[in-house]
Design a binder for this molecule. Structure first.
Ligand SMILES: [Zn+2]
Length: 435
């Protein structure tokens, strides 16, 4: 599971009622899968199962040898998926149990700081935990063994191990399911075709065709949920979705970036409108005050004064840039932010050289600060190629014309702020590219 994703469920529905006979065949699979799961819960869901469930090959092998699959006559794909489902439930049950115990350790006033330290170590080290729970001696190696040894010496391990075992016995619940309402399936056991899905049945080589209301096709583990009374089923498909933003930021915005105004969003909100004032103060200062004699700059008092003045103006400009980026992000709260790929710096002529240098550098500064601040807030920043982005109408795609700050489209008659039109195009292209 990618770090930035979680799963939600998509549903597919049968188009026509499933006849009783076919439903009975499906229910039989569901009942068998339920039996397999309960068999796994019973054998491995308790304390004794703990050493076998991670990573689970032992369980798989033992289940293969058990002969249960042959007795049920269940296709192996359903058999093993049921085992994995059950193992997943058992593992979750252990996770819950451990969390519960950790809480109790924290709350137990009879335990000393060293007791807690020891118990926490045992809980974290799975081999240690398994050994203690099984009433055996833990065998650790290297640095872990040394740490463990020193922790053991400081406490009454016999008493604490007993406490831990008692806690496990009290809180571990062996899973059980009576729900035979469906079964898991994987691409090995189904095939989408002919506006429906073919499902493997218990009779070998026979597949049941179920017409569906949509033509979506998935290639992952799905769950077939049965509704026998209604003669219907749903196919439950886990779908990856972008995780909810930790700060609640959501939605997507497009940003136009410029000199006169740092950012204009697709909705027309402007940030950094005084940018040019700060920028010009610096640029003018550099142009007007740069001392003619640049040689021997270190000992030139004029140069020192000049550098100090320039640094002061730069600091003011940077403070302004940072404040405006913060204001923009905290006002807009975007989950995804699209911004234009800025054209490479044009080679400036001789007399424009200083001006252009300062100009280009600040743009780079804005970009790098924006990237940093987006990263800090987990906002996805996406660069969008910007050709024609300011000349195209963001509503109809026709070429429009600029009249000062206004963008006019002769084709659809729309008129809006030129930068907003650009930002709308950026959002549009960004969203399209992503799809
Ligand atoms: Zn238009």
């Amino acid at each position: 599971m990618p770090p930035n994703a979680l799963y939600k469920t998509a549903y597919q529905y049968n188009k026509e009622p499933i006849d009783t006979k076919d439903m009975e065949r499906l229910q039989e699979i569901a009942r068998d899968c339920c039996k397999v799961r309960n068999y796994v819960y019973e054998r491995y869901g308790g304390i004794g199962g703990l050493p076998k469930i991670y990573p689970g090959y032992t369980v798989q092998n033992e289940m293969t040898r058990s002969g249960l699959r042959e007795r049920l006559g269940l296709p192996s794909v359903y058999f093993y998926l049921s085992i994995f489902d059950a193992l997943g439930d058992i593992k979750s049950q252990w996770t819950r149990t451990k969390k519960r115990i950790e809480k109790n350790i924290q709350a137990n006033e009879a335990l000393t700081r060293k007791d807690r330290h020891y118990l926490r170590f045992v809980m974290k080290q799975s081999r240690c935990f398994e050994a203690v729970v099984a009433g055996e001696e833990a065998e650790l190696s290297g640095e872990w063994a040394k740490t463990y040894q020193s922790l053991c010496e400081a406490v009454d391990t016999h008493r604490l191990n007993q406490y831990l075992r008692r806690q496990v016995r009290r809180h571990l619940v062996k899973p059980y399911t009576a729900a035979a309402d469906g079964f898991s399936s994987s691409p090995k056991a189904y095939r989408y075709a002919d506006h429906g899905i073919y499902l493997s049945m218990k009779e070998s080589r026979k597949r049941l065709f179920v017409p569906l209301t949509d033509n979506n096709r998935y290639a992952r583990q799905i769950y077939i949920r049965l509704y026998p009374k209604e003669g219907s089923l749903t196919i439950n498909v886990p779908i990856e979705v972008r995780q909810k933003h930790p700060l609640g930021y959501q939605g997507e915005i497009g940003l136009a970036m410029g000199m006169r105004c740092m950012f204009v969003t697709n909705r027309g909100a402007a940030y950094g409108e005084q940018y040019l004032e700060y920028q010009s103060a610096l640029t003018d200062y550099v142009r007007e005050r740069l001392p003619g004699h640049r040689r021997n700059a270190k000992n030139n008092p004029g140069m020192k004064k000049y550098n100090a003045g320039k640094a002061r103006l730069e600091a003011a400009l940077h403070a302004y840039i940072n404040a405006e980026i913060n204001r923009m992000l905290e006002t807009e709260k975007p989950g995804v932010l699209y911004y234009p790929k800025l054209p490479a710096a044009a080679k400036a002529g001789k007399n424009k050289k200083i001006n252009a240098t300062v100009h280009m550098w600040q743009r780079g500064y804005i970009k790098s600060r924006l990237a940093q601040k987006c990263q800090e807030r987990s906002i996805q920043l996406v660069e969008v190629f910007g050709k024609g982005i300011s000349t195209e109408c963001s509503y109809c795609g026709a070429m429009g014309s600029k009249d000062g700050d206004t963008f006019r489209c002769a084709s659809c008659g729309r008129e809006l702020l030129e930068r907003q039109n650009t930002a709308r195009n950026i959002l549009k292209r960004g969203a399209e590219k992503k799809v």
